[in-house]
Design a protein around this ligand. Structure first.
Ligand code: NAP
Length: 252
């Protein structure tokens, strides 16, 4: 095996396709969180390695020439594990991560450090509303992914439209509806959703990329405020932002 791609993203699939087309042997690794994952070209392994120790053992057994960490920008644990395991086994590691979204004129973003702060901002924002009780509850479109929904479970004074690929399994806010769907999302779809659902606030992580950017453009158009969770600190020093750069690294 030549390249281990830590995956779970569109970029990881694109990278595997490029390398396989070039005759490079690739194993893509998926966490196994999603019920019906889109599978990349080439060989695929599914499931955790068993922490740093497990990844070290796997690297020793399979001896990839290089590792590309192409996991989601918010998948922090696996990226930290990859840095530690690759250092221990002395295998080169490159981090492929898409650039974050940036605010444009007209955007009404509140940038927060993490999901806990996002929940505090949302809760306090609606606590401060002095409205007659017969007014409808403010409506939040929550697109932070099912693992982060629990942070909002204690917020009673808003309705949450929770958009997820697979249903959340943890605690949920009392007033909610789960909307199961998988991107990409176009401008027309997002406009229709935010208008028909009368969305007052969008909560999202700064995942970056084109596939889910439309919601931010529509929020700007409609003047909807956004609570934007900033990227975590990147543990790998060797970072590239395009699939092409990562493929060059994989071909070496
Ligand atoms: P995480 O918190 O960084 O990782 C938790 C554990 O899951 C890791 O310690 C590892 O288990 C296992 N794991 C994660 N990614 C793996 C991979 N590619 N291959 C094998 N094991 C993996 O990860 P997460 O945030 O739960 O994300 C899980 C997967 O979903 C990632 O592959 C990521 O690319 C994808 N994803 C995440 C998000 C997000 O917002 N976090 C969004 C879209 C897609 P062991 O310690 O046992 O090795």
């Amino acid at each position: 095996m030549s390249v281990l791609v830590l995956g779970g993203t569109g970029e990881a699939r694109a990278l595997a396709s490029l390398l396989v087309a070039d005759g490079v042997s690739v194993v893509s690794s998926l966490a196994g969180r999603v019920q019906n994952p889109r599978l990349p070209d080439g060989e695929v392994r599914i499931g955790g390695f068993g922490g740093v120790e497990g990844m070290v053992a796997w690297l020793r057994e399979n001896q990839p020439r290089v590792v590309v960490d192409a996991t989601h920008p918010f998948a922090q644990q696996i990226s930290h594990n990859a840095v530690a395991a690759c250092a221990e086994v002395a295998v080169p590691l490159v981090r492929l991560v898409r650039p974050p979204w940036e605010a444009h004129p007209g955007d009404r973003w509140t940038v927060v450090e993490d999901i806990g702060e996002a929940a505090r901002v949302v809760g306090s924002r609606f606590d401060q509303r002095q409205e007659p009780t017969d007014q409808p509850q403010p409506r939040v479109l929550l697109t932070t992914g099912r693992q982060d929904v629990g942070a909002f479970a204690g917020i009673e004074n808003a309705f949450f439209l929770i958009r997820v690929v697979d249903p959340p399994t943890g605690a949920l806010p009392p007033n909610h509806r789960v909307l199961r769907s998988r991107g990409p999302y176009g401008l027309d779809d997002e406009r229709e959703l935010m208008i028909s659902e009368q969305i007052d606030l969008l909560v999202t992580k700064n995942s970056g990329g084109e596939l889910t950017r439309a919601k931010l453009i529509v929020a700007r158009e409609l003047g909807i405020p956004v609570v934007m969770v900033a990227r975590p600190i990147e543990p790998c020093e060797n970072v590239v932002t395009s699939v092409g750069e990562a493929a060059n690294f994989g071909r070496k």
